[in-house]
Structures are given as C-alpha cells and as structure tokens.
Design a protein around this ligand. Structure first.
Ligand SMILES: [Zn+2]
Length: 381
C-alpha cells in the first residue's frame, strides 16, 4: 500500500520539481512521478499544500537534546529523547556523539546505539565517538583526565558497533598511521579534531585514510603563513570533508566563508554539536560536573569556554545561507546530501526512487512543519 505526497515543491538535491508526486512504500521512495499519473499501488495521498519537501537533515555531531546528554545517560531512552527533540528541527538521521569519557561509558553508548538501530529508534544511524583519543593542548571543553592513547583494548571497543556506522574523532599525532589504517579497514570513519597536529602530520594522516575534520577551526592548529596547520591541510585537501558549526560563535562568519570558498564543493557539512538545551525548557545543564550556562544563544563554562551549541539543523541551514552567501539548495545539501556522502549512507540525502523515505517539509519561513523517517510520518510540530 503506497502513499503519494502531492502538491508540494520537491527538492531532489539537484532540482526543484513542481506537479510531481513522491510515492512512498514501506520505508522507501518508490517513485517521483507526475502527480496526474500516479502508480496503481497508491492507496492514499497527502496534500503538502505547496510547501517544500526536501531530504531530511543528517547531523554527524549531536551530543544531546530535549534536556538529555548522551554522556550522562548512554541509554536507549536518551536516544529516543534526542531523536524527538531534533526531529522537530529537521533532523531525520543522526550519529549520537559521546565526548571523551571512560571506556565503560563508551561501551554503554555503543550498546545503546546497537539497541536503538535494532528497535528502529527513528534516525539513529550509528555513533560518533569524539575522543578520548585527543590532545590536551586542544582539549576545548573535554575533560583531559579522560584522554587516552589507542591501544588494543580501545581498538576492540572502537570497532565493536556491528550495525550502523562508527565515526571517530581523534588527534592523529597521538596515534600511528597504521592504527588509522586499521580503523578504516575495520569500517570506521576517521575524523581529526582536538588536535595539535602540524600541517605535515595532518598530511600523513590524510595519506593513511583520514577523511574528515571535526568542527573545522575549533580545537585544531590554525592556518598561518609559514605553518598551514591542520586548518590549512584540511582546506587544501580535495577529498576529505569538514564539519562546521555555523552558530556565529564558534567561528566568525567571514572565516567560514573563506573556508567554503577554498574547499572543494560538496566537502563542507553542517553539524549542530548540540547540547541538551535544544528543545528543552531549562537551557542550563551540567557537563563533567560543571554548570554550563545558556546566554543569548551561547553555551559556556564559568570561564567562558564554549561548550557545544544550542543549534538546530534548520538554524544551521538558515545561518549558512546568510554567512556563506549561498542558496537554500546548497545549504540543504550541506545538511543532508553531503553528510550522507561523508558517512557512506548510499540511500540517504536525496529524494529519488530507491532512496530511503526520510524527508521533511518546510514552509516559506523555513520552519519544519512535517517529517518522515524511513517512510513513517513522525511530525513533532
Ligand atoms: Zn569538540
């Protein structure tokens, strides 16, 4: 029994289509076809009222939402809360992100993600382990007492998620090119971040298979004239992806624009780095025993260190349009199509026959009004 979404303006990831229906059957898009020529299997239609149907957003870095922090309670219930909180803002796929913690917390997080994928908690696609294999010199808000070197037992944990994808943020200068290769051969996506690596060290990591940079500019060696640093290596490289936090606090909009103009098209992705404050009434929360305060969109420790963001995916999209001077089309691709490519999610990030039916509807004010995850409508608004 198929359902046709009709009377919408459909963004496939390349083109805007009118008078076209998107046909969903089970969890798949089975056709994008003329609305006046629907396949015979269509049993009901949904009127999209001339709003825009676009690929659902994919967030590769999300620590919390709805008042919950994944590190605090690495459980199935926390993943349900984060899923729901962010879905209201367009996220239909995400990699719950654990920041540096004990190996037991990592193991619990991996178990929770495994359960969530098996129980089909909407949008859970894998895990992002941001640390603890990081450099204390660029620790940001991470607790450096949790930092470690990747040894055999850590390697076993890092490669233990046998369903969905695993993304790891590590400081490449603190491990070996062989270890990076082993992780990649085991199916892990390796990203560099919280790192004091030089340009040369970063190039070696790229040659070992590193494919991503976590929150470009933040907590990494900067770009300067004689030492291009990790930022320089990231922008020079044509094949890797860079995540950016487009909240106007983590990186100056001009720096983001320069990075966007320098980097190969399709290789800059929008992430939230969201904390429990997203979708929560009480926007202050505890992190590593420290109170994090919300003030005018910004989350900081008592000493002023940024502690993640209060961003939503739809707000990163609208910020990217103004900061980078790009179209809505390109901002949507940066929030959906490109992160799907980075994570090797073959059937996400586009509205096309054969793809997973994870899509959102946005109105003319760029507000998310409806959402579908794996073919099921799960509108939160
Ligand atoms: Zn970070």
């Amino acid at each position: 029994m198929a359902t046709a979404l009709v009377n919408g303006i459909v963004f496939t990831s390349e083109h805007w289509l009118t008078n076209q229906a998107v046909v969903i059957d089970e969890d798949k898009i089975t056709a994008v076809c003329p609305a006046n020529d629907l396949p015979s299997q269509v049993a009901n239609t949904i009127d999209l009222k001339q709003q825009r149907l676009v690929p659902g957003f994919i967030d590769t870095q999300v620590n919390g939402g709805g008042g919950a922090l994944f590190n605090d309670a690495p459980t199935l219930e926390t993943l349900r809360i984060i899923s729901e909180a962010h879905r209201a803002f367009g996220t239909t796929g995400f990699y719950p992100t654990l920041i540096s913690d004990n190996l037991e917390v990592m193991q619990a997080g991996i178990t929770a993600v495994k359960q969530a994928i098996k129980k089909k908690v909407p949008g859970v696609l894998g895990i992002h382990l941001e640390g603890p294999f990081l450099n204390p010199e660029r620790k940001g808000v991470h607790d450096a007492s949790k930092f470690k070197i990747i040894d055999e037992s850590a390697f076993q944990i890092l490669t233990s998620l046998d369903i969905g994808k695993t993304l790891i943020t590590l400081a490449p200068e603190l491990t070996t090119p062989e270890m990076i290769k082993r992780l990649i051969n085991a199916g892990v996506i390796v990203s560099a971040g919280h790192s004091a690596a030089t340009y040369e060290q970063t190039k070696i990591a790229l040659a070992s298979g590193l494919t991503s940079f976590t929150h470009l500019f933040n907590a990494m060696t900067p770009f300067t004239s004689r030492e291009p640093g990790m930022v320089g290596a990231a922008l020079e490289d044509k094949n890797s992806w860079c995540g950016i936090i487009a909240d106007g606090f983590h990186v100056h909009p001009a720096s983001l624009k320069i990075a966007y103009q320098a980097k190969t098209r399709g290789k800059i992705i929008l992430v939230t780095d969201a904390m429990p404050s997203v979708g929560a009434i009480n926007k202050n929360f505890m992190l590593n025993g420290e109170l994090i305060r919300y003030d005018n969109g910004k989350l900081t420790t008592a000493t002023g260190t940024l502690a993640g963001s209060d961003l939503t995916m739809i707000s990163t999209v609208t910020n990217a349009i103004s900061f980078l001077d790009i179209t809505l089309d390109e901002a949507i691709r940066m929030a959906s199509t490109y992160p799907a490519a980075m994570m090797g999610e073959k059937y996400l990030g586009e509205i096309k026959a054969g793809y997973t039916a994870s899509m959102i509807l946005i109105d003319d004010q760029n507000r998310v009004t409806r959402s579908w995850v794996n073919g099921r409508e799960l509108t939160e608004n």
